[in-house]
Design a protein around this ligand. Structure first.
Ligand code: NAG
Length: 335
């Protein structure tokens, strides 16, 4: 019995040693768990690579965004505005100047119908923040509206618009603001913007790249919802107007713009104060362009971006009554 126990013990010992040896041998052996480990390591390597790529991307300066051209590269828009003293003058000029403030690269040529600059207009221009040239020229007596004459009998603002053309051509004589005319070779466009119309800021971008004479419709004019060129296949083929359609250019003053180089190349082109009613625009344009070469803008003349609004003349009945009693509104307050 004793011997048997000893044998069992021996067998147990041997089996244990064999197990231990087997385990020791197995430790040094490659095992079939390696391929998945390799795949995991490869994945990690790929991720590291991607991270360092992304880090490099982050360090790189961002690409320049698609930006509008630098303002210096834009042609200048010369806006010519004749103006005359009246009760609503300041209101009209404030409204217009604040519209013009929304337009980059714009130069306002404000021409007073006056012998010399008035403090109201000088002050308004100085406060406007706009690049401007202040001009003044009195309309000759023979051309002035007589008391009681309706406004359409004589064209208004002729002398003033011609004064602005003269300044652009180097005529000098500015009474305020920028005194030097555009240097030779200046890229620009000239637009005649009366102080009573309403202008969309979009209109100015439509005219900026005018090559010769560009045109578009004008709203609320000529007794119509709008007047303007008729366009076919991108060319002007006629005009939508009810009144004297046979005028060479049945266009409103607010309905066209002229490239500055073209105006400078035609030194005789100006407005004719003696032009018959409705022919003032034609008197300038017939020096400059053939109607078929007009450049339609504002989506082939299908969008109205300027309106011929008229400000009502304010009634001053109470003011006059108070003035007779010596109690009128303080004249020191500018209106
Ligand atoms: C104007 O019309 C022409 C010819 O039909 C067309 O090619 C062009 O795209 C139009 N322009 C605009 C701004 O609609």
């Amino acid at each position: 019995m004793k011997l048997k126990l000893k044998n069992v013990f021996l067998a147990y010992f041997l089996v244990s040693i064999a197990g231990l040896l087997y385990a020791l041998v197995q430790l040094g052996q490659p095992c079939d768990c390696l391929p998945p480990l390799r795949a995991a390591a490869e994945q990690l390597r790929q991720k590291d690579l991607r991270i360092s790529q992304l880090q490099a991307d982050l360090r790189r300066p961002p690409p320049a965004p698609a930006q509008p051209p630098e303002p210096e590269a834009l042609p200048t828009i010369y806006v010519v505005t004749p103006t005359y003293a009246r009760l609503v003058q300041k209101a009209e000029l404030v409204r217009l100047s604040q519209t013009l403030s929304l337009v980059p690269r714009l130069h306002w040529l404000l021409v007073e119908d006056a012998e010399s600059p008035t403090p109201l207009v000088s002050g308004l221009l100085a406060a406007s923040g706009l690049l401007f040239t202040h001009l003044a020229v009195l309309t000759p007596k023979a051309q002035r509206l007589r008391e009681g004459e309706p406004g359409w009998v004589r064209p208004r603002g002729v002398e003033q618009r011609n004064r602005a053309l003269d300044w652009l051509r180097g005529g000098g004589g500015a009474v305020g603001g920028e005194k030097d005319p555009p240097p030779p070779g200046t890229r620009g466009v000239v637009y005649f913007a009366d102080d009573d119309n309403t202008y969309s800021r979009e209109l100015f971008e439509e005219m900026r790249w005018t090559r010769g004479v560009s045109v578009w419709p004008v709203g609320l004019v000529g007794g119509l919802r709008f007047e303007g060129p008729r366009v076919q296949d991108g060319r002007v083929v006629g005009f939508h107007t009810a009144w004297e359609p046979n005028r060479p250019f049945p266009l409103d003053m607010a309905g066209f713009a002229v490239a500055l180089p073209l105006l400078l190349a035609k030194p005789n082109a100006q407005f004719d104060a003696a032009a018959p009613r409705g022919h003032l625009e034609s008197s300038l344009l017939s020096h400059l362009v053939d109607p078929k070469d007009l450049e339609p803008r504002a989506a082939n003349c299908t969008r109205v971006l300027v309106w011929h609004t008229r400000t009502e003349k304010p009634k001053m009945k109470q003011e006059e009554q108070l003035q007779r009693q010596g109690r009128g509104s303080d004249p020191a307050v500018e209106v």
